[in-house]
Design a protein around this ligand. Structure first.
Ligand SMILES: CC(C)(COP(=O)(O)OP(=O)(O)OC[C@H]1O[C@@H](n2cnc3c(N)ncnc32)[C@H](O)[C@@H]1OP(=O)(O)O)[C@@H](O)C(=O)NCCC(=O)NCCS
Length: 171
């Protein structure tokens, strides 16, 4: 069971340029500075899409986490760039971000969501209802290809994110 944090984690789609900048700041801190997966920045062509959703997780006024999602086709959505700042980890921000991404994709007509997950996080995703389908190269490193079906819309065990105090489904 996810622990409660002192203040609620609020997930929302970045609504303006300032929130997108905060989103990118967290991604850079985790994927460039901490993990060294990318050099300089972790931007790619998906960030410029009209239909990409940049999500931020806030605790109070602070943006502590991110996830990005976009449709691969009308029914399949990809989630990536899940990141929680090192100082905010294991305090209950990562799981709501994943649930928020899943709920958002389902609300927008997605039937399936896919992700390339770092092997160290496979269990984290499995606990959230995702299924592993083997390892493949992604961003130059081995990742576990994982999926979650959204066939019935938001699954019962994914729904509480929308009911968590302060958690918003952004536009
Ligand atoms: C993976 C990550 C997003 C998890 O975020 P987090 O805020 O620490 O996650 P939460 O606090 O919401 O964790 C929820 C539960 O999963 C557990 N958990 C967290 N990371 C885990 C992991 N890698 N493996 C298994 N369980 C994990 C937590 O202990 C917690 O357990 P509990 O409910 O029993 O208390 C974070 O560790 C991170 O940003 N890592 C670096 C970047 C990264 O790896 N991104 C993902 C790329 S696939």
């Amino acid at each position: 069971m996810t622990r409660s944090v002192a203040r609620p984690v609020v997930c929302a789609v970045a609504a303006d340029a300032a929130e997108r900048a905060e989103h990118h700041r967290v991604r850079r801190a985790v994927f460039v500075d901490e993990q060294g997966i990318f050099a300089g920045d972790d931007l790619d062509s998906h960030d410029a899409r009209d239909d990409v959703l940049h999500v931020v997780a806030r605790v109070g006024d602070d943006v502590v986490g991110t996830v990005r999602l976009f449709p691969l086709d009308g029914r399949t959505w990809q989630g990536d760039r899940l990141a929680v700042l090192g100082t905010a980890r294991t305090a209950g921000a990562g799981a709501p971000l994943v649930r928020f991404a899943v709920a958002t994709a389902a609300t927008r007509g997605g039937r399936r969501m896919v992700a390339h997950v770092q092997p160290a996080n496979q269990r984290f995703f499995e606990r959230l209802g995702w299924t592993a389908h083997g390892t493949e190269d992604y961003a130059g490193r081995p990742h576990v290809f994982m999926t979650i079906e959204l066939a019935d819309g938001v699954r019962d065990d994914q729904a509480p994110v929308l009911d968590e105090p302060g958690t918003q489904l952004g536009g």
